[in-house]
Design a protein. Structure first.
Length: 464
Protein backbone atom coordinates (compact mmCIF):
# COMPACT_ATOMS: atom_id res chain seq x y z
CA UNK A 1 0.00 0.00 0.00
CA UNK A 2 0.94 3.66 -0.29
CA UNK A 3 2.36 5.35 2.81
CA UNK A 4 0.75 8.75 3.46
CA UNK A 5 0.86 10.57 6.81
CA UNK A 6 1.93 7.44 8.67
CA UNK A 7 -0.95 5.37 7.30
CA UNK A 8 -0.99 2.56 4.75
CA UNK A 9 -3.39 3.72 2.07
CA UNK A 10 -5.09 1.71 -0.66
CA UNK A 11 -6.59 2.98 -3.90
CA UNK A 12 -9.33 1.95 -6.29
CA UNK A 13 -6.93 2.52 -9.16
CA UNK A 14 -4.30 -0.20 -9.54
CA UNK A 15 -1.08 -0.67 -11.46
CA UNK A 16 -0.01 -4.03 -12.87
CA UNK A 17 3.55 -5.00 -12.01
CA UNK A 18 5.26 -7.22 -14.58
CA UNK A 19 7.81 -9.91 -13.78
CA UNK A 20 10.40 -9.22 -16.52
CA UNK A 21 11.53 -12.85 -16.52
CA UNK A 22 8.08 -13.96 -17.72
CA UNK A 23 6.54 -10.80 -19.15
CA UNK A 24 3.40 -11.47 -17.13
CA UNK A 25 1.67 -9.70 -14.24
CA UNK A 26 2.69 -11.04 -10.85
CA UNK A 27 1.04 -8.48 -8.59
CA UNK A 28 -0.76 -5.14 -8.55
CA UNK A 29 -0.20 -2.06 -6.40
CA UNK A 30 -2.27 1.05 -5.61
CA UNK A 31 -1.96 3.97 -7.99
CA UNK A 32 -1.84 7.36 -6.28
CA UNK A 33 -4.10 10.17 -7.39
CA UNK A 34 -3.44 13.90 -7.39
CA UNK A 35 -5.46 14.06 -4.17
CA UNK A 36 -3.10 11.47 -2.63
CA UNK A 37 -0.16 13.64 -3.67
CA UNK A 38 -1.79 16.68 -2.06
CA UNK A 39 -2.38 14.71 1.15
CA UNK A 40 1.22 13.53 1.25
CA UNK A 41 2.58 17.04 0.65
CA UNK A 42 0.30 18.51 3.32
CA UNK A 43 1.28 15.82 5.82
CA UNK A 44 4.99 16.28 5.10
CA UNK A 45 4.70 20.04 5.43
CA UNK A 46 2.90 19.81 8.78
CA UNK A 47 5.36 17.23 10.14
CA UNK A 48 8.53 18.99 9.04
CA UNK A 49 9.00 21.67 11.76
CA UNK A 50 8.67 19.19 14.62
CA UNK A 51 10.94 16.68 12.87
CA UNK A 52 13.59 19.36 12.31
CA UNK A 53 13.26 20.46 15.94
CA UNK A 54 14.31 17.03 17.21
CA UNK A 55 17.89 16.59 18.29
CA UNK A 56 20.19 15.24 15.59
CA UNK A 57 20.75 12.15 17.75
CA UNK A 58 17.02 11.40 17.68
CA UNK A 59 16.80 11.59 13.90
CA UNK A 60 19.98 9.50 13.68
CA UNK A 61 18.39 6.86 15.90
CA UNK A 62 15.37 6.65 13.57
CA UNK A 63 17.62 6.17 10.55
CA UNK A 64 19.58 3.41 12.28
CA UNK A 65 16.29 1.67 13.09
CA UNK A 66 15.40 2.08 9.41
CA UNK A 67 18.66 0.36 8.45
CA UNK A 68 17.92 -2.39 10.99
CA UNK A 69 14.59 -3.07 9.25
CA UNK A 70 16.31 -3.37 5.87
CA UNK A 71 18.91 -5.76 7.31
CA UNK A 72 16.37 -7.87 9.20
CA UNK A 73 14.25 -8.46 6.08
CA UNK A 74 17.12 -8.55 3.58
CA UNK A 75 16.37 -11.94 2.04
CA UNK A 76 12.65 -11.25 1.59
CA UNK A 77 13.39 -7.84 0.09
CA UNK A 78 16.05 -9.23 -2.27
CA UNK A 79 13.67 -11.87 -3.63
CA UNK A 80 10.96 -9.26 -4.11
CA UNK A 81 13.48 -7.10 -5.94
CA UNK A 82 14.34 -9.94 -8.35
CA UNK A 83 10.68 -10.47 -9.20
CA UNK A 84 10.03 -6.86 -10.13
CA UNK A 85 13.43 -5.78 -11.47
CA UNK A 86 14.85 -9.00 -12.92
CA UNK A 87 18.45 -8.84 -11.68
CA UNK A 88 20.12 -12.03 -10.40
CA UNK A 89 19.51 -12.79 -6.74
CA UNK A 90 23.18 -12.19 -5.85
CA UNK A 91 22.96 -8.67 -7.31
CA UNK A 92 19.66 -8.06 -5.53
CA UNK A 93 21.20 -9.09 -2.22
CA UNK A 94 24.08 -6.75 -2.97
CA UNK A 95 21.66 -3.87 -3.59
CA UNK A 96 19.85 -4.47 -0.30
CA UNK A 97 23.17 -4.71 1.57
CA UNK A 98 24.41 -1.48 -0.01
CA UNK A 99 21.14 0.20 0.94
CA UNK A 100 21.72 -0.62 4.60
CA UNK A 101 25.33 0.61 4.35
CA UNK A 102 24.28 3.91 2.75
CA UNK A 103 21.59 4.59 5.36
CA UNK A 104 24.00 3.93 8.23
CA UNK A 105 26.72 6.04 6.64
CA UNK A 106 24.46 9.07 6.28
CA UNK A 107 23.05 8.52 9.76
CA UNK A 108 26.48 9.10 11.29
CA UNK A 109 27.55 12.17 9.28
CA UNK A 110 27.51 15.52 11.06
CA UNK A 111 27.37 19.03 9.64
CA UNK A 112 28.66 21.15 12.52
CA UNK A 113 28.40 24.92 12.57
CA UNK A 114 31.37 26.32 10.65
CA UNK A 115 32.86 29.44 12.22
CA UNK A 116 34.49 31.34 9.35
CA UNK A 117 35.46 34.41 11.39
CA UNK A 118 35.74 35.05 15.12
CA UNK A 119 37.73 38.11 16.08
CA UNK A 120 37.29 41.38 17.95
CA UNK A 121 34.86 42.67 15.31
CA UNK A 122 32.69 39.76 14.17
CA UNK A 123 31.67 36.19 14.81
CA UNK A 124 30.36 34.68 11.57
CA UNK A 125 28.83 31.22 11.53
CA UNK A 126 27.65 29.03 8.66
CA UNK A 127 24.70 26.78 9.49
CA UNK A 128 23.00 24.10 7.38
CA UNK A 129 19.26 24.11 7.91
CA UNK A 130 16.53 21.85 6.58
CA UNK A 131 14.85 22.93 3.34
CA UNK A 132 11.37 21.56 4.07
CA UNK A 133 9.53 18.98 1.98
CA UNK A 134 11.75 16.97 -0.39
CA UNK A 135 10.47 14.80 -3.24
CA UNK A 136 12.56 11.92 -4.53
CA UNK A 137 11.79 10.57 -8.01
CA UNK A 138 13.67 7.36 -8.68
CA UNK A 139 14.27 4.88 -11.54
CA UNK A 140 13.81 1.15 -12.03
CA UNK A 141 17.40 -0.04 -12.36
CA UNK A 142 18.27 0.17 -8.63
CA UNK A 143 14.85 0.92 -7.17
CA UNK A 144 15.75 0.34 -3.52
CA UNK A 145 19.28 1.71 -3.27
CA UNK A 146 18.66 4.89 -5.26
CA UNK A 147 15.44 5.59 -3.38
CA UNK A 148 16.85 5.21 0.10
CA UNK A 149 20.19 6.92 -0.48
CA UNK A 150 18.06 10.01 -1.14
CA UNK A 151 15.76 9.49 1.83
CA UNK A 152 18.50 9.05 4.44
CA UNK A 153 20.47 12.32 4.07
CA UNK A 154 17.30 14.36 3.59
CA UNK A 155 15.74 13.03 6.79
CA UNK A 156 18.94 13.36 8.79
CA UNK A 157 18.98 17.11 8.18
CA UNK A 158 15.37 17.55 9.29
CA UNK A 159 13.55 17.53 5.95
CA UNK A 160 10.47 15.42 5.38
CA UNK A 161 10.27 13.20 2.33
CA UNK A 162 7.90 12.02 -0.39
CA UNK A 163 9.28 9.15 -2.43
CA UNK A 164 7.93 8.39 -5.90
CA UNK A 165 9.52 5.16 -7.16
CA UNK A 166 9.30 4.00 -10.75
CA UNK A 167 5.87 2.60 -11.60
CA UNK A 168 7.48 -0.58 -12.94
CA UNK A 169 9.44 -1.34 -9.73
CA UNK A 170 7.58 -0.01 -6.67
CA UNK A 171 6.92 -3.26 -4.80
CA UNK A 172 10.05 -3.63 -2.67
CA UNK A 173 10.03 0.04 -1.69
CA UNK A 174 6.37 -0.28 -0.66
CA UNK A 175 7.26 -3.32 1.45
CA UNK A 176 10.01 -1.32 3.16
CA UNK A 177 7.58 1.54 3.75
CA UNK A 178 5.12 -0.83 5.42
CA UNK A 179 7.85 -2.29 7.63
CA UNK A 180 9.16 1.16 8.59
CA UNK A 181 5.94 3.15 8.91
CA UNK A 182 6.11 3.34 12.71
CA UNK A 183 9.80 4.28 12.87
CA UNK A 184 9.24 7.90 11.87
CA UNK A 185 6.63 10.37 13.12
CA UNK A 186 3.55 10.69 10.92
CA UNK A 187 4.16 12.56 7.69
CA UNK A 188 7.95 12.40 7.84
CA UNK A 189 8.31 9.62 5.24
CA UNK A 190 5.70 9.10 2.52
CA UNK A 191 5.61 6.84 -0.55
CA UNK A 192 3.45 7.40 -3.63
CA UNK A 193 3.23 5.25 -6.75
CA UNK A 194 1.93 6.73 -9.97
CA UNK A 195 1.75 5.84 -13.66
CA UNK A 196 4.41 8.44 -14.54
CA UNK A 197 1.73 11.12 -14.30
CA UNK A 198 2.47 12.89 -10.99
CA UNK A 199 6.08 13.94 -11.57
CA UNK A 200 5.24 17.24 -13.22
CA UNK A 201 2.69 18.06 -10.51
CA UNK A 202 5.15 17.36 -7.70
CA UNK A 203 7.95 19.24 -9.47
CA UNK A 204 5.88 22.41 -9.75
CA UNK A 205 4.13 22.27 -6.37
CA UNK A 206 4.76 25.38 -4.29
CA UNK A 207 5.01 23.42 -1.01
CA UNK A 208 7.84 21.21 -2.28
CA UNK A 209 11.26 22.70 -1.50
CA UNK A 210 13.50 20.31 -3.43
CA UNK A 211 13.41 17.59 -6.06
CA UNK A 212 16.05 14.87 -6.09
CA UNK A 213 15.75 12.97 -9.37
CA UNK A 214 17.63 10.08 -10.94
CA UNK A 215 16.71 9.13 -14.49
CA UNK A 216 17.05 10.12 -18.11
CA UNK A 217 18.40 13.47 -19.28
CA UNK A 218 15.19 14.16 -21.20
CA UNK A 219 13.02 13.69 -18.10
CA UNK A 220 15.49 15.67 -15.99
CA UNK A 221 15.04 18.65 -18.29
CA UNK A 222 11.26 18.43 -17.88
CA UNK A 223 11.60 18.35 -14.10
CA UNK A 224 13.91 21.34 -14.21
CA UNK A 225 11.34 23.26 -16.24
CA UNK A 226 8.60 22.41 -13.74
CA UNK A 227 10.75 23.35 -10.77
CA UNK A 228 11.63 26.72 -12.28
CA UNK A 229 8.22 28.19 -11.40
CA UNK A 230 9.14 28.19 -7.70
CA UNK A 231 12.95 28.11 -8.05
CA UNK A 232 13.02 24.98 -5.91
CA UNK A 233 16.32 23.26 -5.28
CA UNK A 234 17.32 20.43 -7.60
CA UNK A 235 19.65 17.49 -7.70
CA UNK A 236 19.57 15.75 -11.07
CA UNK A 237 21.55 12.56 -11.71
CA UNK A 238 20.91 11.93 -15.38
CA UNK A 239 21.99 9.78 -18.30
CA UNK A 240 25.50 8.66 -19.07
CA UNK A 241 27.40 7.15 -21.97
CA UNK A 242 30.61 6.28 -20.19
CA UNK A 243 33.70 5.78 -22.31
CA UNK A 244 36.50 3.40 -21.41
CA UNK A 245 39.87 4.17 -23.01
CA UNK A 246 42.03 1.01 -23.19
CA UNK A 247 45.68 1.72 -23.95
CA UNK A 248 47.92 -0.66 -25.84
CA UNK A 249 50.03 -1.65 -22.83
CA UNK A 250 47.28 -3.44 -20.88
CA UNK A 251 47.36 -7.15 -20.10
CA UNK A 252 44.18 -8.36 -21.81
CA UNK A 253 44.01 -11.50 -19.68
CA UNK A 254 43.82 -9.44 -16.50
CA UNK A 255 41.49 -6.65 -17.66
CA UNK A 256 38.98 -8.32 -19.99
CA UNK A 257 36.71 -9.69 -17.26
CA UNK A 258 36.82 -6.37 -15.40
CA UNK A 259 35.84 -4.47 -18.54
CA UNK A 260 33.05 -6.95 -19.26
CA UNK A 261 31.65 -6.68 -15.74
CA UNK A 262 31.83 -2.88 -15.94
CA UNK A 263 29.61 -2.95 -19.01
CA UNK A 264 27.18 -5.79 -18.30
CA UNK A 265 26.44 -5.53 -14.57
CA UNK A 266 22.67 -5.38 -14.01
CA UNK A 267 22.17 -6.30 -17.68
CA UNK A 268 23.89 -3.05 -18.69
CA UNK A 269 21.20 -1.02 -16.93
CA UNK A 270 23.56 1.16 -14.90
CA UNK A 271 23.96 4.90 -15.41
CA UNK A 272 27.72 4.65 -14.86
CA UNK A 273 28.28 1.38 -16.74
CA UNK A 274 30.92 1.38 -19.44
CA UNK A 275 28.86 1.88 -22.59
CA UNK A 276 31.50 2.44 -25.28
CA UNK A 277 35.06 1.12 -25.37
CA UNK A 278 37.91 2.83 -27.22
CA UNK A 279 40.66 0.22 -27.65
CA UNK A 280 44.12 0.85 -29.09
CA UNK A 281 44.71 -0.78 -32.46
CA UNK A 282 47.58 -2.88 -31.11
CA UNK A 283 45.30 -4.80 -28.73
CA UNK A 284 41.97 -4.32 -30.51
CA UNK A 285 41.55 -7.80 -31.99
CA UNK A 286 42.71 -9.54 -28.82
CA UNK A 287 40.36 -7.51 -26.60
CA UNK A 288 37.35 -8.05 -28.89
CA UNK A 289 38.01 -11.80 -28.91
CA UNK A 290 38.43 -11.95 -25.13
CA UNK A 291 35.22 -10.02 -24.46
CA UNK A 292 33.32 -12.17 -26.98
CA UNK A 293 34.52 -15.33 -25.27
CA UNK A 294 33.30 -14.07 -21.89
CA UNK A 295 29.96 -13.01 -23.36
CA UNK A 296 29.40 -16.41 -24.96
CA UNK A 297 30.07 -18.15 -21.64
CA UNK A 298 27.75 -15.90 -19.60
CA UNK A 299 24.56 -17.55 -18.32
CA UNK A 300 21.41 -15.53 -19.00
CA UNK A 301 18.16 -16.42 -17.26
CA UNK A 302 15.66 -15.87 -14.48
CA UNK A 303 17.31 -14.00 -11.63
CA UNK A 304 16.00 -16.53 -9.10
CA UNK A 305 17.58 -19.48 -10.94
CA UNK A 306 20.88 -20.81 -9.68
CA UNK A 307 23.84 -19.82 -11.82
CA UNK A 308 22.18 -16.88 -13.56
CA UNK A 309 24.72 -14.12 -14.24
CA UNK A 310 22.56 -11.74 -16.28
CA UNK A 311 18.81 -11.40 -15.91
CA UNK A 312 16.25 -9.85 -18.23
CA UNK A 313 15.90 -6.22 -19.13
CA UNK A 314 13.49 -4.62 -16.72
CA UNK A 315 10.55 -3.67 -18.92
CA UNK A 316 9.00 -4.10 -22.34
CA UNK A 317 9.92 -0.60 -23.52
CA UNK A 318 13.59 -1.16 -22.72
CA UNK A 319 13.44 -4.58 -24.39
CA UNK A 320 12.14 -2.95 -27.57
CA UNK A 321 14.93 -0.37 -27.44
CA UNK A 322 17.51 -3.14 -27.03
CA UNK A 323 16.19 -4.91 -30.12
CA UNK A 324 16.49 -1.63 -32.02
CA UNK A 325 20.12 -1.34 -30.94
CA UNK A 326 20.77 -4.95 -32.01
CA UNK A 327 19.60 -4.00 -35.49
CA UNK A 328 21.90 -0.95 -35.43
CA UNK A 329 24.78 -3.17 -34.29
CA UNK A 330 24.31 -5.52 -37.24
CA UNK A 331 23.99 -2.58 -39.63
CA UNK A 332 26.91 -0.45 -38.42
CA UNK A 333 29.36 -3.00 -37.06
CA UNK A 334 30.22 -6.68 -36.74
CA UNK A 335 28.57 -8.67 -33.95
CA UNK A 336 31.10 -11.16 -32.53
CA UNK A 337 29.02 -12.41 -29.60
CA UNK A 338 25.32 -12.38 -28.76
CA UNK A 339 23.20 -10.28 -31.07
CA UNK A 340 19.93 -12.02 -30.29
CA UNK A 341 17.10 -12.26 -27.81
CA UNK A 342 16.39 -15.54 -26.05
CA UNK A 343 13.68 -17.74 -27.50
CA UNK A 344 11.65 -17.67 -24.30
CA UNK A 345 9.18 -15.59 -22.36
CA UNK A 346 10.55 -12.47 -20.70
CA UNK A 347 12.81 -9.64 -21.79
CA UNK A 348 16.08 -11.50 -22.31
CA UNK A 349 18.95 -10.34 -24.55
CA UNK A 350 22.22 -12.20 -24.96
CA UNK A 351 25.26 -10.09 -23.93
CA UNK A 352 26.44 -8.63 -27.22
CA UNK A 353 29.90 -7.50 -28.32
CA UNK A 354 30.12 -5.30 -31.44
CA UNK A 355 33.40 -4.52 -33.21
CA UNK A 356 34.34 -2.58 -36.35
CA UNK A 357 31.96 0.21 -35.43
CA UNK A 358 32.63 3.95 -35.29
CA UNK A 359 31.49 7.17 -33.74
CA UNK A 360 28.39 8.47 -35.45
CA UNK A 361 26.59 5.17 -35.07
CA UNK A 362 23.54 5.45 -32.83
CA UNK A 363 24.88 2.51 -30.79
CA UNK A 364 27.98 4.55 -29.91
CA UNK A 365 26.47 8.01 -29.58
CA UNK A 366 23.27 7.18 -27.66
CA UNK A 367 23.05 5.60 -24.21
CA UNK A 368 21.80 2.08 -24.93
CA UNK A 369 21.09 0.95 -21.32
CA UNK A 370 21.20 -2.65 -22.51
CA UNK A 371 23.70 -5.54 -22.62
CA UNK A 372 25.26 -4.39 -25.89
CA UNK A 373 28.83 -3.04 -25.99
CA UNK A 374 30.46 -1.31 -29.00
CA UNK A 375 34.27 -1.55 -29.29
CA UNK A 376 35.84 1.30 -31.28
CA UNK A 377 39.43 1.18 -32.56
CA UNK A 378 41.83 4.09 -32.12
CA UNK A 379 45.47 4.66 -33.10
CA UNK A 380 46.38 7.85 -31.25
CA UNK A 381 45.47 8.61 -27.65
CA UNK A 382 44.60 12.22 -28.51
CA UNK A 383 42.04 10.84 -30.92
CA UNK A 384 40.56 8.66 -28.14
CA UNK A 385 40.31 11.55 -25.68
CA UNK A 386 38.59 13.73 -28.28
CA UNK A 387 36.09 10.98 -29.07
CA UNK A 388 35.43 10.21 -25.43
CA UNK A 389 34.68 13.89 -24.73
CA UNK A 390 32.66 14.53 -27.88
CA UNK A 391 29.19 13.72 -26.50
CA UNK A 392 26.93 15.79 -24.28
CA UNK A 393 27.12 13.14 -21.56
CA UNK A 394 29.64 13.38 -18.74
CA UNK A 395 28.73 11.03 -15.91
CA UNK A 396 31.68 8.66 -15.74
CA UNK A 397 34.60 7.26 -17.69
CA UNK A 398 37.74 5.21 -17.25
CA UNK A 399 41.32 4.81 -18.49
CA UNK A 400 43.13 1.47 -18.49
CA UNK A 401 46.92 1.21 -18.70
CA UNK A 402 49.94 -0.48 -17.14
CA UNK A 403 51.35 3.03 -16.69
CA UNK A 404 49.24 4.60 -13.92
CA UNK A 405 50.87 8.02 -14.30
CA UNK A 406 50.04 8.09 -18.00
CA UNK A 407 46.49 6.94 -17.30
CA UNK A 408 46.13 9.59 -14.60
CA UNK A 409 47.18 12.32 -17.02
CA UNK A 410 44.54 11.17 -19.50
CA UNK A 411 41.92 10.87 -16.76
CA UNK A 412 42.48 14.51 -15.81
CA UNK A 413 41.43 15.49 -19.34
CA UNK A 414 38.21 13.49 -19.48
CA UNK A 415 35.04 15.57 -19.16
CA UNK A 416 33.20 13.42 -16.61
CA UNK A 417 32.06 13.74 -13.04
CA UNK A 418 33.97 10.58 -12.14
CA UNK A 419 36.93 9.01 -13.93
CA UNK A 420 38.35 5.69 -12.81
CA UNK A 421 41.85 4.38 -13.54
CA UNK A 422 42.11 0.62 -14.15
CA UNK A 423 38.60 -0.01 -12.86
CA UNK A 424 35.07 1.23 -13.46
CA UNK A 425 31.72 1.38 -11.61
CA UNK A 426 33.26 1.86 -8.17
CA UNK A 427 31.25 4.14 -5.86
CA UNK A 428 30.48 4.54 -2.17
CA UNK A 429 28.55 6.72 0.26
CA UNK A 430 31.73 8.62 1.20
CA UNK A 431 32.66 9.46 -2.41
CA UNK A 432 31.07 12.53 -4.07
CA UNK A 433 29.08 11.58 -7.16
CA UNK A 434 28.31 14.30 -9.69
CA UNK A 435 27.59 14.54 -13.40
CA UNK A 436 29.21 16.88 -15.90
CA UNK A 437 27.53 18.49 -18.92
CA UNK A 438 24.04 17.02 -19.51
CA UNK A 439 24.61 14.14 -17.11
CA UNK A 440 23.41 16.08 -14.10
CA UNK A 441 23.34 18.98 -11.70
CA UNK A 442 24.43 18.80 -8.09
CA UNK A 443 26.17 16.15 -5.99
CA UNK A 444 25.07 12.94 -4.34
CA UNK A 445 26.81 10.94 -1.59
CA UNK A 446 29.41 12.19 0.91
CA UNK A 447 29.25 15.40 2.95
CA UNK A 448 28.87 17.36 -0.31
CA UNK A 449 25.77 15.36 -1.17
CA UNK A 450 24.37 15.80 2.33
CA UNK A 451 24.67 19.58 1.99
CA UNK A 452 22.47 19.41 -1.13
CA UNK A 453 19.53 18.78 1.22
CA UNK A 454 20.21 21.89 3.27
CA UNK A 455 19.84 25.65 3.13
CA UNK A 456 23.12 27.42 3.85
CA UNK A 457 22.36 30.05 6.50
CA UNK A 458 24.93 32.60 7.68
CA UNK A 459 24.65 34.28 11.08
CA UNK A 460 26.88 37.34 11.37
CA UNK A 461 27.29 38.91 14.84
CA UNK A 462 28.86 42.35 15.29
CA UNK A 463 30.81 42.53 18.54
CA UNK A 464 31.20 46.31 18.57
Amino acid sequence: KLLIDGQLVDSEQRLDIIDPASGTVYTTVPRASKADADNAIAAARIAQPAWAALKLAERRECLNLFADIVKEHADELARSLVQEQGKPLAEARMEIAFTEIFIRHFAQIELPVDVVQDDDDFRIEVHHKALGVVVGITPWNFPVLISLFKVAPALLLGNTFILKPSPTTPVTVLKIAALAKDIFPRGVFNVLVDANDLGAYLSAHADVAKISFTGSTATGKKIMQGAASTLKRLTLELGGNDAGIILGDVDIASVAQKIFDSAFFNCGQVCIAMKRVYAHASIYDELCAALAKIADATQVGNGLAEGTQIGPLQNAMQFEKAQHFLRIAAQDGKIVAGGAVLDSAGYFVRPTIVRDIADGSELVDVEQFAPILPIIKFHDVEEAITRANALSYGLGGSVWSADIDKAYTIARRMESGTVWVNHHLHFGPHIPFAGAKESGIGVEFSVEGLKEFSQTAVISIAKK
